[in-house]
Design a protein around this ligand. Structure first.
Ligand code: MN
Length: 204
């Protein structure tokens, strides 16, 4: 699940996605959720740790209802720069389709309610440990997603996790967060991007 795999899958002379770059960040760890209208629409949850974005594809998207467990399939690490990527991956390229930054913000792992927004090193160590253990509790401070969440590794399937909202002030069943379809960067929707997508040239 390394960023090497990310590089190998893509032709950076053809896709507008960023090539991997080194360089540590500063401040709290960032998270992003991209809405990706690939062959199948899904949401990509990405959590910064150790200079990369740990990534999960969530077909059903996040739910604010704590009784809903959403499958989250771990995919290859993405470079940090990917967090601001929004655009059209051309037909024929890996993950072809439209991508918007559906939500973003910062996050902290939480251990017995202790939050580490102000201690980057401790936060990364706790995330590393949680991922190795197969259970990571964390707090999101995004535009759309807030409060306490968990990623729990399933026993079956090496890369299958569940994304679960914990019960808190931000949990509930009344708000359909997926109906909030605009990019937090540009205000655009994937349908707006589809309108810009060049038609595939048909070979005769
Ligand atoms: Mn994706």
């Amino acid at each position: 699940m390394s960023v090497k795999e990310y590089r190998e899958k893509r032709d950076f002379t053809r896709t507008p996605e960023p090539p991997p770059q080194a360089g540590p960040g500063a401040g709290p760890l960032l998270f992003v959720v991209q809405k990706h209208a690939a062959r199948r629409l899904h949401y990509d949850l990405r959590l910064e740790v150790d200079g990369v974005l740990k990534s999960w594809a969530v077909p059903g998207g996040p739910s604010l209802d704590p009784s809903v467990k959403r499958l989250a399939v771990m995919v290859e690490d993405h470079p940090l720069d990917y967090a601001s990527f929004e655009g059209i991956i051309p037909e024929g390229e890996y993950g072809a389709g439209q991508v918007i930054v559906w939500d973003s913000g910062d996050y902290s792992p939480s251990a017995e309610g202790r939050l580490l927004f102000a201690d980057r090193d401790a936060a990364q160590a706790a995330v590393r440990e949680g991922l190795a253990r197969g259970k990571l509790s964390f707090v999101l401070r995004g535009w759309k997603l807030k409060g306490s969440w968990a990623l729990v590794k399933m026993k079956r399937g090496d890369n299958n996790w569940l994304l679960i909202k914990h019960q808190d002030d931000f949990a509930g069943t009344s708000r359909d967060v997926l109906a909030e379809g605009e990019s937090v960067l540009s205000g655009r929707t994937v349908d707006d991007l589809k309108a810009d997508t060049p038609a595939v040239r048909k070979s005769s």
